[in-house]
Design a protein around this ligand. Structure first.
Ligand SMILES: Cc1ncc(COP(=O)(O)O)c(C=O)c1O
Length: 417
């Protein structure tokens, strides 16, 4: 790069994508010259704030890729979810149904709007929200159903949408792990009323820190613009309903950083290659598990195509491995040369915040204050049980030859003891 005296530092791991640690078997470079050039050129053009041409280009490309009418970038995925909730009119006293097994930022933003999470069970074969259990938890306060396409697997969207439509409740998809995943020919994010993506540094499309909201719902898009895009240059609201409030909106900024979005634009153009390469690797490992009785790949619903692959969970069955605990099985994997993670995310209903409640707005106000019943162990038995049986080998994005065989061999040795 002109004017640069030293080579870019390469002694720090630049490959942070999903790997538990930097994996020597992987050859995918998460960020490289293309991303650096984009940021460099944008800086020279002073494209550093607001809805710059590159931000608008990303939004146009992303909405086309996902298949929605609108896309809005935000400063992170949490802000995209906050904007989506606000966009759909979530507010004080509302309830939102979401799985307990997800990252806290799925539902944290709703707390700040005064809404209360109601945690539902997952299907233990898929780790996706269980539609039958969702329906049981609907009340007259339910303001949204929030399916999470966790780890890149895809929720069973037909029954979820049917429940939402039947009860007149919007569906808000958290797609933070599943960029490019599909359900019956539609990309996730385009199936519910609105979808939210994280573009954080370890995501398959990354802006370092960033997020994106996608929707066909004009009102939702307009409200999302009002709540977080104060004075954004180049933001055209469709329709004139809120014209008198623009461009200042509600005076709050959750806007994306253009340099990050420039990097994400480069990455978006590589997404299909990344997904194809990860999918091939994961398929090869999963096929190799057919001889290893105690490990099951995640079940994928008919018509679903996984993508993103933020992580690679396998379901362990101790009774098929002489009663060996999951921890002991993971230790055996490590001894066989394959370090695997555990369930990674804490169950939300057992965190002190949601188990005991918290005075969010002080003086007993807020969704987890006075009268909040809380949760305890045993309240979501299916989720609690399966969370303990997860084994996460590292995702490899572009593995060296032989990597999948090495995984299978390590699992085989662990299972055989
Ligand atoms: C499932 C899920 N939802 C939401 C988020 C929030 O995204 P961000 O970290 O970009 O705010 C994340 C982040 O990892 C996530 O994993």
């Amino acid at each position: 790069m002109p004017g640069q005296e030293t080579e870019p530092k390469r002694d720090v791991p630049v490959f942070v994508q999903t790997a538990i640690e930097v994996m020597p078997e992987d050859t995918w470079e998460q960020v490289g010259e293309d991303e650096a050039r984009m940021a460099y050129e944008m800086t020279l053009r002073n494209e550093l704030s607001g809805g710059t041409p590159v931000v608008r280009e990303f939004e146009a490309e992303y909405r086309k890729y996902i298949g929605t009418d609108f896309c809005l970038t935000t400063c992170n995925g949490s802000a995209a979810l906050y904007s989506a909730y606000f966009g759909m009119g979530v507010g004080p006293g509302d309830e939102l149904i979401c799985p307990s097994y997800t990252w806290i930022c799925t539902i944290g933003p709703a707390l700040l709007l005064g809404a209360k999470p109601v945690f539902c069970e997952v299907d233990p074969r898929t780790l996706m929200m269980d539609p039958a259990d969702v329906e049981k938890r609907i009340t007259d306060k339910t303001a949204a159903i929030v399916p999470v396409h966790l780890w890149g697997n895809v929720c069973d969207m037909d029954p979820i949408m049917e429940i939402g439509r039947k009860h007149g409740i919007p569906v808000i998809e958290d797609c933070s792990h599943a960029h490019g995943a599909e359900y019956k020919g539609k990309k996730v994010g385009s199936i519910g009323d609105v979808g939210a993506f994280s573009l954080q540094g370890s995501k398959p499309v990354s802006s370092g820190e960033g997020g994106a909201l996608v929707t066909d719902n004009e009102e939702c898009f307009n409200r999302a613009c009002l709540v977080g895009q104060a004075n954004r240059w180049g933001l055209d609201l469709p329709g004139d309903r809120y014209e008198e409030l623009q461009p200042l909106g509600l005076g709050m900024k959750l806007r994306s950083h253009p340099l990050g979005i420039g990097i994400a634009l480069v990455q978006l153009r590589k997404l299909d290659d990344l997904n194809a390469s990860r999918a091939a690797f994961i398929q090869e490992v999963e096929e190799g598990l057919s001889d290893i009785e105690c490990l099951d790949p995640l079940y994928v619903y008919p018509g679903a195509v996984r993508a993103g692959f933020y992580a690679f969970p396998l379901i362990y069955h101790p009774e098929k491995c002489g009663g060996l605990s999951t921890d002991e099985f993971r230790q055996r994997c490590e001894q066989a040369g394959l370090k695997c993670g555990d369930g990674w995310y804490p169950l939300l209903h057992l965190l002190p915040l949601f188990a005991n409640g918290f005075d969010v707005f002080t003086r007993g106000r807020g969704p987890l204050g006075k009268g909040y019943p809380g949760y305890k162990a045993g309240d979501l038995p299916v989720t609690e049980e399966v969370r303990e049986r997860l084994v996460f080998p590292p995702v490899l994005s572009k593995p060296k030859p032989g990597a999948a065989e090495a995984y299978i061999e390590a699992f085989g040795r662990a299972a055989a003891g």
